[in-house]
Design a protein around this ligand. Sequence first.
Ligand code: IMP
Ligand code: MG
Length: 183
Amino acid sequence: MRKDIAKILVTEEEIDRITTRIAAQIDRDYAGEDKNLILVCVLKGSIVFMGDLMKKITVPVEIDCIKASSYGAGTVTTGTVNIHLDLVRPDLDKCDLLVIEDIIDSGVTLSYLTKYLKGKGARSVKTCTLLDKPSRRRVEFVPDYCGTEIPDEFVVGYGLDYNERYRALPYIGVLDPSVYSGE
Ligand code: IMP
Ligand code: MG
């Protein structure tokens, strides 16, 4: 374990069980000729989760990406979200989008993205998150697929970062507060 990691919250084995379970749910829900499943990776935090999840999905699937960040001053979100890299497809009315997130915190990002993608004309939009911190919600939001709920602690690894670091760790760990206490 890295010295900056206070404890491991979700192990590699637990993550593997989570991706297996969610992939089976997705296979069941998106079976059939009439479905056109597109996994939409919310960059960059969801890259590792989506990469593992898509390998376990057996129904036909395409992938795409979107980059967004919640817009506000410091820790105060205004409730609006900036799109830095948009989803551009000519056939959205024939697409069943499944937005893949690493973590839901305030709920602002995913509730905005869901409305935004529906507004662009997607046939259906569902959401999937590896981690959920329900105690932190500022806007009501319930994902369609959820890996596991976690307490209100700042976590890194498996795609999640602190100042762009720690994304390559194979597990989800709680960052030692000494790393950011000097801020
Ligand atoms: P929200 O649900 O709009 O507040 O934002 C979710 C986003 O905040 C995630 O996609 C992450 O980028 C970031 N985030 C929230 N909590 C954490 C955390 O514990 N570690 C790393 N990033 C986090
Ligand atoms: Mg994110």
